[in-house]
Design a protein around this ligand. Structure first.
Ligand code: KIV
Length: 269
């Protein structure tokens, strides 16, 4: 079997959702960790713009550049044989649809990404439609959108009010109709995330979004317990019961797939 024959694709992920198989997603930012994730059975590796905070030591993801994203995607791509590679479009790299097309093209051509992720709701429908029409798979991102931290006034659970919840349901449907292949829901009440996951055909990946999503994502350094500052409710340190990174990664994949992570204690009401 060639190196690429067993690679996870968009079709694989759709099949996993249809068959109710949970999807394990983690972030990575370099070759060595990417290889460990791949060997542990992580299905999707995200080169998140969280790298601005956990790799570069910045306070937010806002300063991350396209060159940063392309550089880290290229490193991660070299470590993957099986997992699907998603890379974030950073702040202001998709302010217009044309910018999004140019920069998503860079992530795929130079960074080796197989899908790009962008934050936003119905306002991103035109951009998602354009990218998909040019054969660029898109992962949307609703709920807490870290690139909007200054407008939101901090990192808070989103969708608690009825109007906001209804807007999120409508945004998710609009993004799916525009052709998005996957959706990340961050810091969303569990009941709302469950409703959105059930309504969509595309996989919904949660982080602080309860136990009913089709898959889970964590920031790698949170899983390893090496992120500084307050630990969010949705984080679990998988390294604390072992001394081996590879065992911790395998434990995460097993916990997601067997529905032992997340639990109610990692969720918001
Ligand atoms: O940038 C990132 O790592 C992310 C995940 C937290 C979903 O967007």
């Amino acid at each position: 079997m060639s190196k690429r024959e067993h690679r996870i694709t968009v079709t694989t992920l759709m099949g996993m959702k249809a068959n109710q198989q949970k999807i394990a997603v983690l972030t990575a930012y370099d070759f060595s960790f990417a290889r460990q994730l791949d060997q542990a059975g992580v299905d999707v590796v995200l080169v998140g713009d969280s790298l601005g905070m956990v790799v570069q030591g910045r306070e937010t993801t806002i300063p991350v550049t396209m060159d940063d994203m392309v550089y880290h995607s290229r490193l991660v791509e070299r470590g993957l044989e099986r997992a699907l590679l998603v890379a974030d479009l950073p702040f202001m790299s998709y302010a217009t649809s044309e910018q999004a097309l140019t920069n998503a093209g860079r992530l795929m051509k130079e960074g080796g990404a197989q899908m790009v992720k962008l934050e936003g709701g119905a306002d991103q429908v035109e951009t998602v439609t354009l990218l998909v029409s040019r054969n660029i798979p898109v992962c949307a991102h609703l709920g807490l959108q870290p690139q909007s931290v200054h407008r939101l006034g901090g990192y808070h659970v989103q969708g608690r009010q009825q109007e906001a919840a209804q807007q999120m349901v409508a945004d998710a449907a609009a993004l799916e109709s525009a052709g998005a292949s996957m959706l990340v829901l961050e810091c969303v009440p569990a009941v709302l995330a469950a409703e959105i996951s059930a309504a969509l055909e595309i996989p919904v990946i949660g982080i602080g979004a309860g136990i009913e999503c089709d898959g889970q994502v964590l920031v790698l350094y949170d899983l390893l317990g090496i992120t500084s500052g307050a630990v969010p409710r949705f984080v679990k340190n998988f390294l604390q019961d072992t001394t081996s990174v590879s065992t911790a990664l395998t434990a995460y994949v097993d916990a997601v797939k067997s529905r032992h992570f997340p639990t109610i204690e990692h969720s918001f009401l």
